[in-house]
Write a protein that binds this ligand. Structure first.
Ligand SMILES: [Zn+2]
Ligand SMILES: [Zn+2]
Length: 393
């Protein structure tokens, strides 16, 4: 794409939504706050709406529909379809189709609709303002969603739904609270603008600011501050390498309300088949990245030569462990298939399978432990060159 090409035409509706609304909010909300004031109830409702919109986007649009990280009951899908429409970020179909393209062609300026390579502004919201070629609708990557009646229904009635959720509900609430204008401004407008920008951070800031512990093959970053603002989506480096995992923050202490909501829904019978990447694969990704960094640091320094040899030996051990793990996984799968084929003596098969699975699990756990130890050794090795360990980019 040449720089000299004329800029594509502005999309008027989007310009109003993404430029007009924030400007209006900046002027009108403080003005009303100063001249009339907002009640605690109005503030509380604004936060409730903010979270309902945000979680419908992260838990519904993103992890459920774009990545199929779990299966959801129709009641939950309907809930997400409604509150997601209230987030005014287009229909599930358009959103998920764009997002799947983003993952498939991440950082490819000609194919990723919000490629970070085109800059912070473009990936934040610039991409929505003009008729860019990367925005061409193509639903060939969402055949599964075209079969979901709730998704197609939401797509067909999107304008009506988003109007009811963004204007109808705040109007009704304002009438109940006795202040229609104030409620529409705070729960309607301010909440909408805020939710827009925090979700847009995932495409913009989460590709620029933070660490890359799992992979350096793309620009996505892990960032705890962003995770706090984005309902848990800030662990974006993890997400880009393991997109089918229903979690983004995998540690229990990592702020990921979307993951907690999905887990709660599973307990309530509203969600099932929650996908989790095996710990071994996660550790393997971490180690892979650390090896690469260590190798880069050591080869840049003369003093690193003897350590480099050690590093290569460690890497050999690592590769062996990975290969063994792959073999075990294959074995596990084959046993599972055999057990299924062997329809007679179901109980015996079940018992035998249970025992075998337990034995396999022990071996897998041993391998996992060996990686853990290796990670420690790698850390110690790098600590021998104190000035080098900081070079992590
Ligand atoms: Zn991304
Ligand atoms: Zn994603």
């Amino acid at each position: 794409m040449s720089q000299a090409a004329p800029r594509p035409a502005l999309i008027p509706v989007n310009a109003v939504i993404f430029l007009g609304f924030p400007l209006a909010a900046l002027v009108l909300v403080p003005w009303w706050g100063i001249s009339h004031g907002f009640t605690a109830a109005q503030w509380a409702w604004a936060v409730v709406f903010l979270y309902l919109n945000g979680l419908a986007i992260t838990g519904g649009y993103h992890r459920l529909w774009s990545h199929k990280a779990y299966q959801a009951h129709w009641a939950l899908r309907l809930w997400f379809a409604l509150w997601g429409a209230g987030a005014l970020q287009n229909s599930i179909l358009v959103w998920a189709s764009d997002h799947r393209r983003h993952h498939r062609h991440v950082d490819d300026n000609d194919r990723d609709p919000y490629s970070a390579g085109r800059g912070l502004w473009f990936s934040h919201m610039g991409w929505m303002l003009r008729e860019y070629a990367t925005n061409t609708e193509d639903f060939s990557n969402v055949p599964d969603l075209l079969r979901d009646p709730i998704v197609t229904w939401q797509h067909r009635h999107y304008v009506a739904l988003t109007t009811v959720m963004n204007l109808g509900l705040p109007l009704l609430l304002g009438w109940l609270l006795g202040d229609i204008i104030g409620t529409v401004l705070l729960v309607g407008l301010a909440r909408l603008v805020l939710n827009h920008h925090v979700t847009f951070f995932i495409n913009s800031l989460a590709h620029f600011w933070g660490s890359r512990p799992y992979t350096e093959s793309n620009s996505a970053r892990d960032n705890g501050v962003l995770a706090f603002l984005t309902y848990g989506e800030g662990y974006h480096n993890f997400h880009h390498i393991f997109q089918s995992d229903y979690r983004n923050g995998i540690r229990w202490y990592q702020w990921d309300p979307t993951k907690w909501m999905i887990a709660l829904c599973a307990r309530l019978g509203l969600a099932r088949d929650l996908q989790r990447v095996p710990d071994f694969r996660i550790r393997r990704a971490l180690l892979d990245t650390q090896f690469e960094r260590a190798r880069r640091s050591l080869s840049r320094h003369r003093a690193g030569a003897p350590l480099l040899e050690k590093l290569e030996r460690e890497y050999q051990l690592f590769t062996n462990a990975v290969n063994q793990w792959k073999e075990l996984q294959g074995e596990r799968y084959e046993r599972h298939v055999h057990a299924l084929e062997d329809a007679i003596g179901e109980r015996r098969v079940a018992l035998q399978q249970k025992w075998e699975q337990a034995a396999l699990r022990t071996r897998l756990r041993e391998l996992e432990f060996s990686l853990k130890m290796q990670q420690k050794r790698l850390g110690l090795l790098m600590a021998q060159l104190p000035t080098l360990s900081a070079a992590s980019h």
